[in-house]
Design a protein around this ligand. Structure first.
Ligand code: BTN
Length: 251
């Protein structure tokens, strides 16, 4: 595997233990003046989407990228697609295989149909313009939580090592991910969301198939048509097209 160079303009902080790298990003935001990757070998209070806990066996990958976008929230939210694409590229490079990986809206990476990685976006700042964005990324490198620990109907958790035999250290994973993220971030800034959206759709799981999107107590079932220019999930239902900004998706 060729050596990878750390992207210019991004700082890096590697911790042995922290409560949550997203919580550390919020603390770093008080003093940091530029983007910084924060990686931890252990998290004692890692959090997942929608207030869930995220269980992290040691050896798995846990990191947060703190950005200072100063952009409106709808643009900032598109970073979840940038992060998902970067994760996809990193996984492909480190395993030498593309076919077992897919992206699940809004921001999971699947491996052999199971959940390999999740992304948690958290914003800090005023409502109109986001001053700080924390992109938290967890990847099951060596071990996945037991299927009994996840919500009913959710995809089963899987890990990279048992599924592919690839055994990157968290540091190696970070080096690749930081480079891949920086490349897609430059593309977003230069060309806008369109190429990111196309690339994401070409790696999407269950495109054209019937899926279910659940938000609280509301459930929408329909054919996964596309992701629109704002990153919304578009489902074709018997009642017409529905565009969904935030939900959990079930296959
Ligand atoms: O629910 C999900 O799918 C998102 C999981 C995100 C977990 C990562 S691990 C690194 C970062 N720190 C946290 O506390 N959470 C994110």
């Amino acid at each position: 595997m060729s050596a990878i160079s750390w992207p210019e303009g991004y700082a890096r902080l590697i911790l042995d233990e922290v409560d949550s790298t997203n919580a550390e990003a919020a603390r770093q935001a008080r003093t940091s003046s530029g983007p910084i990757w924060i990686m931890a070998h252990r998290q004692t209070a890692a959090r997942g989407r929608r207030g869930r806990a995220w269980r992290v066996p040691e050896g798995n990958f846990s990191a947060t990228l703190l950005l200072m976008p100063s952009e409106p929230p709808e643009l900032v939210a598109l970073r979840s697609f940038v992060a998902a694409l970067a994760l996809f590229d990193t996984c492909v490079r480190l395993t030498g295989r593309v076919e077992p990986f897919a992206l699940k809206w809004p921001n999971d990476v699947l491996l052999n149909g199971g959940k390999l990685a999740g992304i948690l976006l958290e914003t800090l700042g005023n409502v109109a313009r986001v001053d700080h964005l924390a992109i938290g990324i967890g990847v099951n490198l060596i071990a996945a939580p037991d299927a009994s620990e996840v919500e009913d109907g959710a995809v089963r958790p899987v890990a990279l090592l048992p599924e592919t035999g690839a055994d990157p250290t968290p540091e190696t994973f970070l080096d690749h991910l930081a480079a891949d993220f920086a490349r897609h971030e430059t593309s977003l800034k230069t060309y806008g969301f369109a190429p990111i959206r196309e690339a994401w759709l070409s790696r999407a799981a269950r495109l054209g198939e019937v899926i279910t999107a659940r938000t609280g107590s509301t459930e929408t079932r329909g054919t996964f048509e596309t992701v629109d220019a704002r990153g919304n999930l578009v489902l074709k239902t018997p009642e017409g097209r529905v565009s969904i900004a935030a939900a959990d998706v079930f296959f």
